[in-house]
Design a protein around this ligand. Structure first.
Ligand code: SF4
Length: 243
């Protein structure tokens, strides 16, 4: 833990109101026009190792952005047990390439244990319960002990994210949430990946612009909404960890 982050943690512990919706809104107003690099610099200077980065491994932008600024940073990967092999390979390549600490966030039950208690392929019958047990609950438990977490969510991901702030108070988890690439277009994503020669999840180029668990992700046709391939055929649009 750095000296800066120790101070922040101590202050927050002594006065939990230091970080709340109001203070986050103030910081958000200051950072809304900042670059992703400037937002990452602020996050690292403010929270140090008391922040965690969540990465789906659809790309490796956040592991690079934060690994280069905060070597050893915890990168949370929700290991649901249902990922594409390509996503696992992308995670492992990121771990080889960047100075990060991959934290595999696991559900309370293995897939086999969940099948035994709730029946096989719960995702097909009750995806909300499946997502809760394999993503929402594990993430909530893993965020305990951090003062801030970082996500790769962007406004262009979906209409439900159109007003996504850069910095916000995450009431549900009780910590600051930082979305440093919230304002990025797909073109900016491409520029960053190319400029830094980042490892890529090969599924993106194969027609999967939004990648989740394999049973709940399908290819998207040209012109279709990027997230329309997630839980296709249902009214579910989010797993519950971002919005
Ligand atoms: Fe289960 Fe599908 Fe949610 Fe993954 S995305 S946790 S398989 S419902």
């Amino acid at each position: 833990m750095t000296g800066t982050s120790t101070k922040v943690a101590d202050v927050v512990a002594a006065n939990p109101a230091v970080w709340n919706a109001i203070t986050c809104a103030e910081v958000n107003a200051r950072l809304e026009d900042a670059s992703a690099e400037e937002i990452a610099d602020w996050a690292v200077a403010t929270f140090g190792s008391r922040l965690a980065v969540a990465a789906s491994m659809q790309d490796t932008i956040l592991p690079h952005l934060f690994g280069t600024r905060l070597p050893g940073v915890d990168v949370l990967f929700l290991e649901t047990g249902y990922h594409f092999a390509q996503t696992i390979e992308t995670r492992d390549e990121a771990a080889r390439r960047f100075p990060i600490t991959i934290v595999n966030v696991t559900p309370r039950q293995s897939v086999a244990e969940q099948d035994a208690e709730f029946g096989k392929d719960l995702f097909a019958r009750d995806p909300n319960s499946c997502c809760f047990m394999r993503k929402v609950d594990p993430l909530a438990r893993s965020l305990q002990g951090y003062d801030a977490w970082v996500t790769g969510a962007r406004r262009v991901d979906a209409v439900t994210r159109a007003n996504l702030p850069v910095v916000t108070w995450d009431e549900g988890h009780g910590l600051v949430k930082i979305n440093p690439i919230a304002l990025w277009s797909d073109f900016q994503v491409e520029i960053y990946q190319t400029a830094h020669g980042l490892p890529r999840n090969p599924l993106v180029a194969q027609g999967y612009p939004s990648i989740g668990c394999e049973p709940c992700t399908r290819k998207v046709a040209a012109g279709e909404d990027a997230r329309s391939g997630r839980w296709a055929g249902t009214d579910k649009t989010e797993c519950g960890i971002i919005a």
